[in-house]
Design a protein around this ligand. Structure first.
Ligand SMILES: N[C@@H](CCC(=O)N[C@@H](CS)C(=O)NCC(=O)O)C(=O)O
Length: 209
């Protein structure tokens, strides 16, 4: 049994999608990040960095409880726990998945997050920041679009944890109020539509209820 600490965000949904894809039993705990729940001492003991998502695997390695924070680390931990094909064993395929997962963690998450913040939430309009991060989102869309022109999924022929990681952020930008859809990027759009059809994606995106 896994305890999932999350909220209704792109990073949180990476973890719930992975739990749905692997079929592991889990209990969802909504941290309430808009109300400061991430700074509560009990949650800081789970993630000292005060961010969701985090998990506690009550039956971790050696049968002991094990805590994991950082969404990329959660994806890898759960894939390894179950020897899931979402993180293949073949060294070349595995390296490709990890590269594209790191691409998401180091680029898509932080840059898309900044654009979302300055476009939708900043208390004052800062055109320089909006423009800076918008350009970066568009550039990253292009990196994915070019990759998906020659590759069925981000890491290769097969769906993997790298796709789960980037999907939730691309999905966020499909919201009408964000005004930065994947539009005419045909390969990225093909990938997005295919992944959106997966039942585990739909269930994971609906967490928390
Ligand atoms: N690199 C981290 C980022 C986590 C993150 O930024 N989580 C956000 C929600 S999407 C959060 O908890 N924000 C609360 C805060 O910053 O106080 C991950 O991928 O897990």
């Amino acid at each position: 049994m896994i305890d999932l600490y999350t909220d209704g965000t792109a990073n949180g949904r990476k973890a719930s999608i992975m739990l749905e894809e692997t079929g592991l039993e889990y209990t969802t705990h909504v941290v309430g990040i808009l109300k400061g729940g991430q700074f509560e001492p009990a949650f800081k003991r789970i993630n000292p960095n005060s961010k969701i998502p985090a998990i506690v695997d009550k039956n971790g390695p050696g049968g002991e409880p094990h805590t994991v924070f950082e969404s990329g680390a959660i994806l890898i931990y759960l894939a390894e726990k179950l020897s899931s094909p979402l993180l293949p064993d073949n060294p070349i395929e595995r390296s490709n998945v990890i590269q594209w997962l790191m691409f998401q963690m180091a680029n898509i998450g932080p840059m898309f997050g900044q654009y979302h913040h300055f476009f939708s939430h900043a208390p004052e309009k800062v055109p320089y920041a909006i423009e800076r991060y918008r350009k970066e989102v568009e550039r990253l869309y292009e990196v994915m679009n070019e990759r998906l022109d020659t590759s069925r999924f981000l890491a290769g022929d097969d769906y993997s944890i790298a796709d789960i990681a980037s999907y939730t952020w691309v999905a966020r930008f499909e919201a009408p109020e964000i005004d930065l859809s994947i539009g005419d990027r045909a390969h990225l759009n093909r990938w997005f539509v295919a992944i959106s059809a997966r039942p585990a994606i739909q269930r994971g995106m609906a967490v928390p209820a």
